[in-house]
Ligand binder design. Structure first.
Ligand code: GLC
Length: 533
């Protein structure tokens, strides 16, 4: 892939996701808030990231912890108010950081005034702002669609005698993006926040936004087995990724571009060919960064990674900038999945691949498996399908800042338990230990920032032994070789043809002997290459 020179901030930068309920509590209610985020901004700046993506902070009954919005232009009182928000954004900008908000267009809360009006009668002017249908011929739901959280996607409304659609909880009715008034109202929402100075949005489940006009049944998924989520019984052919959603995404982009240097990140889970379409075309661009979750979704071995990286790079449109994610409030913790040693390798991979990385709070501390007693589980997805072990609470535990009571997160019992090892695994302890995961992240982030090869350089996979992934990043006269050993045994590697092996710039280990041509078990290394430019 060629080197690019015309680079906006979001191509060079690193995004850091803050889950506001769990970052820092400032008022002793056990729930994080905006004043808490402000108090921890120096930490974020010192970490060395460029932008904060804040999960939803809008008024919400919290059925899905903020992804059920009851007012798109307000601040949830648990989190603060608009004045605190304005202070947050100016403090963020004062540190040279950017702020992305989480825009949730597919659905609102059932407590949003729009929905309350919509369900009040069939002829209410806002009826058509949501998706209402008569019962099917048998008196049941209009079609076979299944909610992402299990059960039918349709909820019967006794008062008006129709079903409404909800792709997630019944407390999250889907909005009707085919309605021009709804579209105009949502553009006003985006303007409201852009006018307040936000630098962009992460757009929640953007590929869900429009449904097939005729609402046909979704086809059965022949690969489904009972261990898999109920959602996956069907292929979401007609309920997601409709052509009209791309038109809307292009409209959102035009709006964002009219404000200058802003960025839109779209949450999208699709195969590469359909995923790439969310970039749009040079004439009609859509989101800048369609989120790429493949490092989360695929097995952690060198052959798989090599394949997904090559396929993804190969699928991008010429003008499309890649991006990579290894953690989120929805995914299992990377250190829980692959262990701490490999989590360091994952950090090195994330921060040396070509494309914008998104880092999730707490992964920089290597938080791994967390014990949550059943009675403290809060995630509605888990509570609806407990037998599947897909609960998201384990990734949402509060940030451990120090070894004070409640880890300095709060003065009260937090809404979710802390990580079991918080007394040792916290920001203060790791800041003081030069070999900690936190210091490793800081080092890698600083290295990435200072290195054109890592930020905007070309990317070339190189040949390697089994269980080793290696690639070259190159810009100007800086050429780097990254060698990642995904196995728990030492492995050899060859210096790519025509180059000489220079210094070791970084290793996942405290001490590395990799210049001898061998990477230790679970070691990742960044080398400088000499010769051949
Ligand atoms: C997205 C969010 C997730 C939420 C869902 C419904 O996938 O990341 O947390 O539950 O959308 O809004």
């Amino acid at each position: 892939m060629a080197e690019r020179r015309d680079t906006p901030w979001w191509e060079r930068g690193v995004i850091y996701q803050i889950y506001p309920r769990s970052f820092q509590d400032s008022n002793g209610d056990g729930i994080g808030d905006l004043a808490g985020v402000i108090a921890r901004l120096d930490y974020v700046a010192q970490l060395g990231v460029d932008a904060i993506w804040l999960s939803p902070i809008f008024p919400s009954p919290m059925a899905d912890f903020g992804y059920d919005v009851a007012d798109y232009c307000g601040i949830e009182p648990l989190f603060g108010d608009l004045a605190t928000f304005d202070r947050l954004i100016s403090e963020i900008h004062a540190r040279g950081l950017k702020l992305l908000l989480d825009f949730v267009p597919n659905h609102s809360s059932d407590q949003h005034p729009w929905f309350i009006e919509s369900r009040s009668s069939r002829d209410n002017p806002k009826r058509d702002w949501y998706i209402w249908r008569d019962a099917g011929a048998d008196g049941g739901p209009p079609n076979n669609w299944i909610s992402d959280f299990g059960g039918s996607s349709w909820e019967w409304d006794e008062a008006t005698g129709q079903y409404y659609l909800h792709a997630f909880l019944k407390e999250q009715p889907d909005l009707n993006w085919r309605n021009p008034e709804l579209r105009a109202a949502m553009s006003d929402v985006l303007r409201f926040w852009l006018d307040r100075g936000v630098d962009g949005f992460r757009i929640d489940v953007i590929w869900h936004m429009v449904k097939h006009e005729a609402f046909p049944d979704n086809p059965l998924n022949p690969a489904w087995t009972p261990e898999v989520r109920e959602r996956d019984k069907l292929i979401q052919l007609h309920s997601t990724d409709q052509p009209e959603a791309h038109t809307i995404s292009a409209e959102m982009r035009r709006l964002a571009d009219s404000y200058g240097d802003r960025v839109l990140v779209g949450e999208i889970f699709l195969p590469n060919d359909r995923h790439a379409k969310w970039y749009g075309t040079p004439e009609q661009p859509q989101v800048h960064l369609p989120f790429n979750f493949q490092l989360i979704e695929n097995p952690w071995d060198a052959a798989s990674l090599r394949q997904i990286i090559a396929d993804y790079e190969g699928s991008l449109p010429a003008f499309g900038w890649p991006n990579w994610v290894i953690g989120s409030h929805d995914a299992p913790r990377i250190a829980a999945r692959i262990g701490e040693a490999q989590a360091r390798v994952a950090a090195m991979l994330l921060l040396t691949l070509r494309g914008t990385p998104t880092l999730y709070q707490g992964d920089e501390l290597g938080i791994g498996e967390v014990t949550i007693p059943p009675e403290r589980m809060r995630d509605p997805q888990h509570l609806r399908e407990p037998e599947r072990g897909i609960g998201r609470d384990r990734s949402r535990t509060p940030m451990p800042w120090n070894d004070a009571p409640f880890a300095g997160f709060s003065t009260a019992e937090p809404w979710l338990p802390l990580n079991d090892d918080w007394r040792a695994r916290n920001v203060a302890a790791q800041s003081a230990d030069e070999h900690s995961m936190l210091r490793f992240y800081q080092k890698l982030l600083a290295l990435r920032r200072s290195s054109p090869a890592l930020t905007i350089g070309s990317f070339t996979l190189t040949d390697a032994e089994d269980e080793v992934l290696s690639y070259i990043r190159q810009a100007g006269d800086e050429t780097l070789l990254i060698v990642l050993n995904l196995s728990s045994q030492a492995r050899g590697f060859a210096t790519p043809h025509g180059y000489g092996l220079g210094d070791t710039i970084a290793s996942t280990l405290a001490k590395s002997d990799a210049t001898t041509g061998t990477v230790a078990a679970d070691e990742g290394v960044i080398f400088r290459l000499t010769g051949k430019h």
